[in-house]
Design a protein. Sequence first.
Lengths: 77, 576
Amino acid sequence: MDGEKLFATSCGWCHQDGGRAAGRGPKLAGSDRTDEYLLNRIRVGKEGAMPAFAGSFSEPQLRAIVAYIRSLKDTHP
Amino acid sequence: MKPIGALVSMIGLAVVAVGLAACSMAQGTSGTEAKAAMSDTTGNDWMTYHGNYNSWHYSPLSTIDSSNVKRLRVAWVHHPGRSTRGLQSMPLAADGVLYYTGSYSRVWALDGVTGQPLWSYFPKLNDDLVAKQTHSPYTRGIALGHGKIFVGTVDGRLIALDQKTGQPAWDTKLLNSEKLTVGFTGAPLVVKDKVIIGSQGGEWPWRGPIFAVDANSGRKLWEFFTVAGTEEAKKTWGNDSWQTGGGGGWMAGGYDAETNTVWWGTGNPAPLYDWAGADWKTAGPRPGDNLYTTSVIALDPDSGKLKFYHQELPHDAWDFDSAVGEFVMIDRDGKKLVVHPNKGGHVFVYDRKDAKVVNVWPLVKHINFVKGIDPKTGELIGRRDLALGKHQNLCPAIAGGMSWNSGAYSPKTGLYYKIGQEWCMDLEVIKTTPITEPQAQLDIGANFKLRNPEGDKAHGHISARDPVTGAKKWEVMFPEPPLASLLATGGNLVFVPDPRGWLRAYNATTGEQLWSHNNGLGHNGGIISYGAKGKQYIAVATGWGSLVGDEFAELFGEPFKSMPKDSGALVVFTVD
């Protein structure tokens, strides 16, 4: 399961520089949220801001994406 | 707030004399449809998304002019509520009544003089689906005709409402949005006895159809797939990639009544970025030209058959689609032309009889995805195909050199007024797992970050140009690109709703700013002028938060960092 590929397919359009920088969506690198919070936000989204992906990705895919987010170096201010 | 740098640079070019036919009259047409074609002779009404079939975004009304525009004041305001992603729509006006739609396809009819609601209609939407949609739940406009108002929904329906009462006349499900997530956000277009509407597409992988529906019964009459809509087109998608090709026609097109031709601009192919780089003809996720994405297509409204087309960017690898632009019908030197802006920053001028390229000119400065476009043939010169890996300073950025809102054309000055966007981006193209079935998610294939152009700062401008040659008469610079539509009027004015919240009026001939008013919230929607009870009104949609505007907080800081993205109102002005 390749979280980086999934991210570049459906998330990088809003979370810039592969989630390392803010853009349309917030920066995800270095997030102080819990894994459960991140997973839940990806599943249910936020109306008018972030789409809900529960129906698009399997649980293992969602976890691979979160693992990718956790692997990002927090370099952008 | 300090007025934004209204740097008017007068460029010493004479306005080229423009041989104009007053407007192309509909032949053998009747009722509202004929009225739509001719409304610029009466001037009181605003009958289609683009004003009328000429797509000029021009009102001939001239009561408000350079001598009294300083006295322009708010006549009334209407708050639709739930303006998620701002109010993005273009109002319509007929016989003193203003019609418009807010987010969630909620429609109102308002008294044009007082703003008093006459009726409203809130469709029941599939909320679970709305939550999944990237673009939800804005709606950019409605159509009017046959005693009805027509509105699309993000859950794939086209709805007709009785123009007098707002009661639904019919409600037709056209798209399986639950499976595809795409729906309708653009305005429909009434053509004779039909309502034409294009679906979303682009990075949502399916085949982006355009539909015609019977205006009276709501019955679907035809559908044209912008992805591989003909056998010839299917051959331009290697490995059956047409099944998930994207495309779409998410903004209202135009209609040439003389030749009975519907002109529509199509969306980009999916995935947006192609790791095959320069080998795109034979390799990568969608080998080939990818017809009819990023094209202008001419359809016969009666049969739904393709008459002719021009693909503005063969194998678009940058998300610079053709869905964004208006189809400005202009007659010059005995030639019937149509002017169509492309998101990549060039303006294409076509012959209306066959879509042969007459000219191509760049509207923005920072373009390097191609070295140029041949003005005689439209051929791309020196494409910058993006191979796997990192790329710096690609211009324009994904948000485009132009966005989806419309410019304006004034037959009085012969000038075309248009917003340009100057910004670039760094990106990394990533080889993703090819998507082989239509799916409910974006298909992008890269990570990116917007940036200032090398040696410049990201910014925007409005310029007044000869629409055929591109010769520039004047230009006003803005620190951030305006994202709303423009309006030109018979009072020799051009109205510019800007991103910080100011509505500005300029002298259409010189570019001198004559008036401004702070609406307190950015604009990313429509603006029209209409007449009611002998008075001229200007109606503008306020509200911020489109997918392009979403980039502003990070690029430009305040006031965008704190600007709400769930507000917006219709603000209407007049002079006493």
